[in-house]
Design a protein around this ligand. Structure first.
Ligand SMILES: *Cc1c(COP(=O)(O)O)cnc(C)c1O
Ligand code: SF4
Length: 346
């Protein structure tokens, strides 16, 4: 395989030149790229080269004709963002926290993304006026205790634009804490530079960063160095993982990932059941299988390395934990299962 390109891969020709796809598969992918954005950053390109074309990183990022297959139950807005949006750029589903989405652009595009119908360079982001309206909604809604800046990937914004958002949130008294959701620390770690660190570390309110990472091979030396810089700037790091067929749907892979996260200073937060976005059925893992995997890690993996297995109920009803259950029976004759599968009477 070639050395990784110095800039991101954004066209089928780029993928052919990087030998990520063959020329004869390209025509079948034209309709995929007509629907869904493509970008593979140099850091991800190198991780693909290290793990192979059939490997867990290639599968997350290299487009496939399987994305054209729609199955019943898939929805363009799988978790009901749209029905909970009071103004453009805000999703307010839970009383105490609201999402602020300043941009729909990402450094890389994941083939299983739950917002795939709404992310990409063609969707841009909020204008200055729209951003001001969104911030006003936060200012005049006192029950918003936490603002979750997401997108798209908010860390794609310039330090100057991010600083304007952080200043506004810092100056809104009822906002106690700021959370960012991003893939950039692992997908484009070079963006975690001094200017960005000054903004993230300069807020008076605690800043929590939830990093989307699905495989230990994404924790490259450059990513681990970026995570160290973030921690030194005073940012708390959380991990978000999507359970994906052919990427991380076995106990050994998840164990390595969660250990890798903790070793890099990330607390694993959520393991997400895949949201049913269009053309993603080839990534789906049944919930029962997910529970089985999680169960096999109990007792063998440090407690702080366990995330909560979470389902976002289709249609926008909310997130709920769907991890394995250890209690059986009913009150009066309750049985509890230990990590070895032995049941005990309570
Ligand atoms: C996922 C999500 C959140 C955050 O939920 P947590 O359980 O606090 O991580 C908030 N708002 C919306 C609309 C969400 O989809
Ligand atoms: S980085 Fe996040 S928002 Fe962007 S494509 Fe991947 S999953 Fe979707």
């Amino acid at each position: 395989m070639n050395a990784p390109a110095a800039s991101s891969l954004r066209t089928l020709q780029h993928l052919i030149d990087a030998r990520l796809i063959t020329p004869d598969s390209a025509p079948g992918l034209v309709p995929v790229l007509a629907k869904y954005a493509l970008s593979i950053s140099p850091e991800v390109g190198a991780a693909i080269a290290a793990t192979g074309l059939d490997g867990p990183i290639a599968r997350q990022y290299v487009p496939s004709a399987a994305e054209l297959t729609q199955t019943p139950g898939e929805q363009t807005d799988p978790i009901g963002d749209h029905t909970h949006s009071p103004v453009k750029g805000i999703v307010h589903r839970y009383p105490d926290r609201a999402l602020l989405m300043p941009t729909q652009v990402c450094a890389v595009y994941c083939r299983f993304c739950f917002r795939r119908e709404a992310v990409g360079p063609d969707y841009g982001g909020l204008s200055e006026a729209e951003l001001e309206t969104a911030l006003d909604y936060i200012r005049r809604t006192p029950q918003i205790w936490e603002v979750i800046v997401t997108g798209g990937d908010p860390l794609i914004l310039s330090a100057r634009r991010l600083e304007a958002i952080f200043n506004a949130l810092d100056n809104t008294a009822h906002v106690a804490t700021i959370r960012i959701h991003s893939r950039i620390p692992v997908a484009a770690p070079e963006r975690i530079d001094d200017a960005l660190l000054r903004v993230l570390g300069g807020a008076h309110k605690p800043v929590n960063l939830a990093i989307h990472c699905n495989h230990a091979a994404e924790l490259t030396p450059a990513a681990v160095a970026a995570l160290r810089r973030l921690r030194k700037a005073g940012i708390m790091l959380f991990g978000q993982t999507v359970l994906l067929r052919g990427v991380n749907d076995n106990a050994e892979t998840l164990e390595q990932l969660f250990r890798g996260m903790v070793a890099a200073g990330i607390k694993p937060y959520y393991l997400h059941q895949l949201d049913r976005a269009p053309g993603t059925a080839h990534f789906a893992v049944p919930i029962e299988r997910g529970q089985e995997i999680i169960k096999s890690l109990r007792g063998r993996l440090s407690g702080i390395a366990h995330p909560t297995y979470i389902l976002d109920i289709p249609g926008g009803a909310g997130k709920v934990p769907v991890g394995p259950n250890y209690l059986h029976g009913h009150s009066g004759s309750l049985l509890v299962e230990d990590p070895h599968g032995v049941t005990h009477t309570l």
